[in-house]
Design a protein around this ligand. Sequence first.
Ligand code: BGC
Length: 558
Amino acid sequence: MAKGNPMLSAYKWWQKTTVYQIYPRSFADGNNDGVGDIQGIISKLDYLKDMGFETVWFSPLYKGPQADHGYDISDYCAISPEYGDVSDAERLIAEVHARGMKVAFDMVMNHTSVEHPWFQESRSSCDNPKRDWYIWRDGKGSQGSQPPNNWSSFVTDRGWQYDTKTGQWYCASFFEFQPDLNYDNPEVKKAMFDVLRFWLAKGVDGFRLDIFHAIHKDDQFRDNPFRFKFFPTEDDHDGYFQSRIHTVNHPKNFVLAKELRSVLGEFDKDRFAVGEVAGKPEVIKQYLGESHDGLNLIFMFETLRFKFTAAWFRDFLQRLETEFPYPYIPTYVFGNHDQQRFMKKLGNDVAKAKLMALLQFTARGVPVTYYGEEIGMKNANISLNMAGDPLARLYRWIPQKIADKLGLADLVIRERARTPMQWTGGPNGGFCSADVRPWVASNPDVAEVNVATQQKDPASLLNTYKRLLHARNTHVALQEGTIRLLDAGDVPADVLAYVRESGGKKLLIVMNFGNKVRKFRNRTTCTQVVFATDPGLQGQLAGADMRLQPCSGVILKD
Ligand code: BGC
């Protein structure tokens, strides 16, 4: 495969891309009102381009009450006024493209806001033509005052909401203000596919699909069985003491994935979809399609619960290669807007963050970076009482100390990971001016953790990301090469090493996860340092006997 010649590459752009997730409310505030917006984002696109990212995923910008900050939509073809309007969105798409990057919009197909006119009509009477656009059922018991079955939602033990006007229950897999659409009704599917077409025609290159695995449910409405697990996690959605066999990963979702792929296929330039789904490898494969004709990519969430050891990652990468060999493409996710900050899991240790970035950008697959990860933004200290997030509000009854102790606080106070991007060491981290209150308070550590300071420091985390992205964008082997893990017996303890290879060109990646110096005997032909977590080593030649400093790593080329 010739370097840099896409005509000769078997890879599609989305199989080798790098993704940066923007949470629009928190990224950049163009009109200085305390809420991020499209103008602000456009003003920062050069920052992303300069770092070297190729694809930008925007959490939802659509019109809606913002009760769940965009994941509650009242008009899929309009933009929420605090972010801008449709012409701003068109400019955003054009500006991203002008920089040679791709755009992924978030798409919330499972549910709308209660304020969506479809739902307003649907709930108005039992015989309204839109009644069947949502999932309505009679309740149990003599007055129908009990939910139709035991289904829980992803956030509470209640997956049904009672509507007094018509005396029936509607299904809501997430918050009560997010009623689930009924995809057994072909009109609903058509309406939603038309929404996709609307944005595809405007040039978006693809979509991130919100809780795609929840869309179809059991049409016999059977109870879910008991399972001893209380809180759902991103990689295992069972919870509230039930196994969601009738509400998650229904086989009709796999068919829907293929239908959606064919909608993407109506447009030129290889559009793509990445799904937020969770399940065992055989389930994930069904979303991707036996002939790779389903969703293009799936977020793999196991990395949200990593152990910072060479053994954990060796096992993980080995399993990926066994379960998802090429043409499957793994993804590497360390954080997102629903998770605690990645730095929290690393004990706020920047050296560890550098090593994780090295892994993320050099393992085979697509890395996904949540805004601020590149500068090591930390979880904010927001209590259950202070939080405005509806998820946190649901759990306010739990005493803070207990919530902290159980690790629940970080799961439900999602604002802890949604604080304004830290651009400078000035007031509000340069997100908005000192006299304006951002929608959620900036992290008080802006003076130490910010873009401006790190841009000047060659050894900073930000410059580590930049150097890594540069290496990835320069070396085809990192984008689309094979991966061969060195056996645990051939490397010292704490060391993870693998070779990426494409078109006869090899790269060796070596990482020391431990806190001791390790000696590594390099038996490959790769000796020239193209990247090192210690920037001083870059460009040097490494001998056959390498000394790896604690918590450090290198990429060597032949
Ligand atoms: C999104 C959340 C959102 C939920 C409901 C998720 O998985 O990532 O932020 O609250 O779906 O749309």
